[in-house]
Ligand binder design. Structure first.
Ligand code: ADP
Ligand code: MG
Length: 696
């Protein structure tokens, strides 16, 4: 690679140390980083031809000659600059807003550039009235005499992610200058044979076409080229990661002794479903192979994944090893612990629990029990990942709700033992193609059958009064209800306040005769767990909750769920929430109380009333939201995809996978000179992110 691309941004004209520091916040340090700082979007900045019609976006772009211009005071701090412009499509007035400064004339540049007789481009916003666009509030203007306007207007203009102190205009011009000077040095990481096989644009051309496309078609061809490269790297990384575990030997094996498994099964009080038996067999077969298992267990909410996980853990214990079960929240970890203790009653299996809640002394005791091997199983949260948690002989680790964790955490847990078997579980099932892209190093087992005797949940959009009526009816019959309020990140504080106020209303006014409790995410873990345990024991009839109950909680006597402002929840969350009921023999109902304002919100609610099938819901969700939001940032960020979209680019992904396979079959460590750059990129992108050590 040329020194030009690798050189620090500071050597570009106009970037001093101060601006370089700002770029660093965007992870842009070198010229190459800047070329790979891809636009967030592209704005259609063609000249607005008809000034009598509103534009779809409110954006207006005009080009004209200044007829007159002047500055006006508009208050103690604010001043205006107004200009009248003659365009080919009529006259229009433009206004700039400026905060006054005591130190300098805020209009100095404007007076120069926007003076009578000057020609310019103006980009701004306008509210058209009946007479058409009357006034444009100007965001940017470009004098025609300065050729650089061509980067900003009269075209598809790139829009970049910024940070405070960096301006769109500056970044656009800088990227352009960097492209002019250095794009030709960009070497293709994609090997030449693939370039021609897939008919890909050369890197310099693709970079230019992505930043400053001359048409939508050029943009798409450039994007596809760069997306293919990202996906090729991703697939290579998955194959190598998978190879890393599958080429090594565990050094221990299992015998199905049944000393624990048989009494465990007999004590369950129910028969395993066919699907459960099938996946347990898949898992056992895998565990008994000499290579470490890396397996994803998919199964809808309530399909009975815990029993399957426990079977894998017990196989390890039967063979003198230890097992760990990691969950994303304390509530869930507590639930798992209670479940394990219930199912293992009377069996010689010692279970301990480790969360960040454990006191110093208690923690020390637990760590010792794990290190010396007196504890067989541990259930816990992220606390299990800490450095000082050591095992005598960890053989199996299970991660529940795996989408809450990333590849790196998965690997950290695995490294707590030497080459152990790993089972990750998810209740957000996704289509197979996507699963491969996301969990390329995993085998997949699927529970596609629900335990018998479940009555399907009735789901309806309903007014609050009707929902509360049902709550009352069920409470009278001795059953329990959840009333859930949304909390979303952007307005978390207000949402929490609202939920608390609602709790007061329900307790004091709506259900004064019933026992109502509140549980929310901001409560101390101890209080949360206490309330949850009390609800589980039947002390409360109604649990008012924020989405903390979303995951895994199991209270079979709860038969009603009221989801307030249901339009504000995502589809996966709604489905997870609904899965909290319908866990016993009694018929359950889910009420969605909502006033959906967008077509997407309406589509989500309709999907919920139409189906209870998690796989279908997963697919709908992908269509509505795309993978980024569905997966959560931890996972999506790990894939390091900037322009590729694993849903929309499914075809490219399939190509990339096939090509990655062939490439590594021919050159397993990418040592051929033609693959040097690919190898370098791969290491830079994935090695530390994934705790991945191969390729040496
Ligand atoms: P999830 O897959 O959502 O984690 P769980 O493992 O929590 O589901 O199981 C949900 C409930 O179903 C639990 O109460 C569990 O004991 C029960 N269960 C699991 N398997 C069966 C089965 N084969 N027959 C009846 N009930 C079952
Ligand atoms: Mg579960």
């Amino acid at each position: 690679m040329s020194a030009g691309l690798d050189s620090s941004l500071q050597y570009l004209k106009g970037v001093g140390p101060r601006r370089a520091a700002l770029f660093e916040r965007l992870d842009v340090r070198t010229v190459e980083d800047l070329l790979r700082h891809y636009p967030r979007q592209w704005q259609e900045r063609y000249e607005t031809e008809d000034l009598t019609l509103p534009t779809a976006t409110g954006l207006v772009v005009v080009r004209g000659r200044v007829l007159r211009a002047a500055a006006y005071g508009a208050g103690p701090r604010l001043a205006l600059y107004k200009a009248q412009l003659a365009t080919a499509h009529g006259k229009v007035s433009c206004v700039w807003f400026k905060h006054l400064s005591r130190r300098f004339d805020v209009f100095a540049a404007l007076k120069e550039e926007v003076a009578e007789g000057k020609d310019l481009w103006v980009v701004g916003r306008a509210d058209p009235d009946l007479a058409g666009i009357r006034e444009i509030r100007v965001d940017e203007h470009y004098p025609l005499e300065d050729e650089r306007w061509r980067l900003h207007v009269g075209r598809l203009a790139p829009v970049y992610a910024l940070t405070e102190g960096l301006h769109q205009r500056f970044v656009r011009e800088l990227v352009h200058a960097a492209l002019e000077a250095h794009a030709d040095e960009a070497v293709d990481a994609v090997p030449a044979e693939l370039m021609s096989k897939r008919r890909l644009l050369a890197a310099p051309q693709a970079l230019r076409g992505l930043h400053f496309p001359r048409s939508r078609a050029e943009l798409e061809a450039s994007r596809a080229r760069l997306a293919y490269e990202e996906l090729l790297l991703l697939e290579l990384a998955w194959i190598l990661k998978r190879r890393q575990t599958s080429e090594t030997l565990k050094g221990f094996d299992y015998e199905i002794k049944r000393t624990l498994l048989t009494p465990f099964r007999q004590g369950l009080g129910f028969e395993l479903t066919h699907a459960q038996r099938r996946v347990i067999n898949e898992i056992f077969d895998d565990m008994r192979r000499p290579r470490p298992m890396t397996r994803l267990l998919q199964g809808d909410v309530g399909s009975g994944k815990t029993v399957v996980a426990l079977s894998a853990l017990l196989l390890a214990v039967e063979n003198g090893g230890q097992g760990a079960l990691m969950a994303p929240t304390e509530i869930l970890a507590d639930q798992h612990r209670a479940t394990l203790e219930r199912f293992l009653k009377g069996l010689p299996v010692k279970v301990v629990a480790l969360t960040s809640r454990a006191g110093k002394k208690e923690r020390a005791k637990i760590l010792e029990a794990l290190a010396e091997g007196s504890a067989d199983l541990v259930v816990g949260t992220h606390a299990l990942l800490e450095e000082d948690v050591r095992f005598k002989s960890l053989r199996v680790a299970v991660i529940d709700e795996q989408h809450r964790f990333g590849v790196r955490q998965r690997t950290t847990l695995r490294q707590k033992g030497s080459l152990i078997d790993l089972l990750v579980m998810t209740a957000t099932p996704i289509p197979r193609t996507l699963a491969l892209a996301l969990y390329g190093d995993l085998e997949v087992s699927t529970i596609d059958e629900m335990p018998p005797g479940r009555t399907p949940i009735r789901t309806a959009l309903a007014p609050e009064a009707e929902a509360f009526e049902a709550v009352r009816r069920e409470a009278a019959a001795g059953r329990q209800a959840y009333v859930v309020y949304p909390i979303i990140e952007e307005s978390a504080r207000l949402d929490l306040q609202a939920a608390k106020a609602e709790f007061e209303r329900l307790r004091a006014e709506v259900f004064p005769d019933l026992k109502v409790a509140l549980i929310h995410g901001a409560m101390p873990a101890k209080a949360k767990n206490k309330t949850m345990a009390e609800f589980s024991e039947g002390k409360w009839q109604i649990l008012v909750a924020t989405p903390v109950v979303e995951v895994g909680v199991d209270v079979p006597n709860a038969t009603v769920m009221v989801i307030q402002n249901a339009d504000r929840f995502g589809l996966a969350s709604l489905h997870q929430l609904r899965g909290r009921i319908g866990r016993g023999a009694a018929e359950s109902s889910c009420f969605l109380v909502a006033d959906p304002k967008t077509p997407q919100a309406r589509a989500r609610l309709e999907t919920m009333t139409a189906t209870a099938d998690g796989f279908r819901i997963g697919e709908e969700d992908l269509k509505l939201r795309g993978p980024g939001e569905l997966l959560g940032t931890a996972q999506h960020g790990e894939l390091t995809l900037k322009v590729a979209d694993i849903v929309k680019d499914a075809d490219l992904l399939a190509d990339a996978r096939a090509d990655a396979d062939e490439l590594l079959a021919a050159d397993p460590k990418l040592l051929a000179p033609a693959h040097a750059l690919l190898r370098r990129r791969l290491i830079a992108l994935y090695q530390s992110r994934w705790h991945w050590i191969d390729l040496a």
